[in-house]
Design a protein around this ligand. Structure first.
Ligand code: GAR
Length: 214
C-alpha cells in the first residue's frame, strides 16, 4: 500500500476527493495522516471523520522557517510516507525540506503552470482576459511552483465569470486530476528523474500532461 501523508491549511476539498477516490476505486493506497499548519482547518474534521490521524504543526513554538520545516518533517516521517501530498498547504517550504522528499512530494496549483505561479490566480486570469484557465499537479522542487508537471486540466473562462465561479470550475477539475495522479503513483507509473516527470518509463512532455476534460 502506498502510504500517503497529506498537508493542508484549509477546507480540504482535495483531501476529501483523494480519500473518497482511494475508497471508491479500491486504489492500493491509504492516507495515513493529515497534517495542518492551521488548527482551524476544516480539512482536519474531514480527516477525523475518515478515521485518519491528524497533527497540527503551528508556528507558535518555532523561531524560524527552518525550525518549522524541521518540526514538520519530524511529524511527517513518523508516518513513513511513500508520498507527501500538498493539498492547499499555504506555506512556502525550504530547500532542505523539499530535497528530503525528492521525488515523493507533489503539489496542486490552481493555474495552468508555468502561468500564474503564486497567489490569487483566478483573479489574475480574469484581469488578463484569458480564455482558458485550469489546475496543475506537479512534483515539488525548491523553486516555487516550478517543478515538473504530472497532469493538468483546462477549463474555459466565461464572460460572466468572477473569481468565485472560476475557482469552483477549477476545483471540480482538481478533484479529478489529483486522485488520478495518486492512482498512477500507487501503480508505480509516475517517477521524477533529473527534474523531469516519467510516466510509464517515458519522459512526459507538457502537452501529454494536459488532460482535456471539457
Ligand atoms: C486548491 O485550489 C489548490 O489548488 C490551492 O488551494 C486550494 C485548496 O483547496 N493551492 C494553492 O493555491 C497552492 N499554491 P482545498 O483546501 O479545498 O483542497
Amino acid at each position: 500500500m502506498l502510504r500517503i501523508v497529506v498537508l493542508i491549511s484549509g477546507n480540504g476539498s482535495n483531501l476529501q476527493a483523494i480519500i473518497d477516490d482511494i475508497h471508491d476505486d479500491e486504489i492500493d493506497a491509504g492516507v495515513v495522516a493529515v497534517i495542518s499548519d492551521n488548527n482551524d482547518a476544516y480539512g482536519l474534521q474531514r480527516a477525523k471523520q475518515a478515521g485518519i490521524d491528524t497533527v497540527v504543526v503551528n508556528t507558535k513554538n518555532t523561531t524560524s522557517r527552518r525550525e518549522y520545516d524541521q518540526q514538520l518533517q519530524q511529524q511527517i516521517d513518523q508516518y513513513q510516507p511513500d508520498l507527501v501530498v500538498l493539498a492547499g498547504f499555504m506555506r512556502i517550504l525550504g530547500d532542505d525540506f523539499v530535497n528530503h522528499y525528492h521525488g515523493r512530494l507533489i503539489n496542486i496549483h490552481p493555474s495552468l503552470l508555468p502561468k500564474y505561479q503564486g497567489l490569487n490566480t483566478h483573479q489574475r486570469v480574469l484581469d488578463a482576459g484569458d480564455s482558458h484557465h485550469g489546475a496543475s499537479v506537479h512534483f515539488v522542487i525548491p523553486e516555487l511552483d516550478a517543478g515538473p508537471l504530472i497532469l493538468q486540466a483546462e477549463v474555459p473562462v466565461h464572460d460572466n465569470d468572477n473569481a468565485e465561479t472560476l475557482a469552483q470550475r477549477v476545483h471540480k477539475q482538481e478533484h479529478i486530476i489529483y486522485p488520478l495522479v495518486i492512482k498512477w503513483f500507487a501503480e508505480g507509473r509516475i517517477k521524477m528523474q533529473g527534474n523531469k516527470t516519467f510516466k510509464d518509463g517515458k519522459e512526459l512532455t507538457a502537452s501529454a500532461a494536459m488532460l482535456h476534460l471539457i
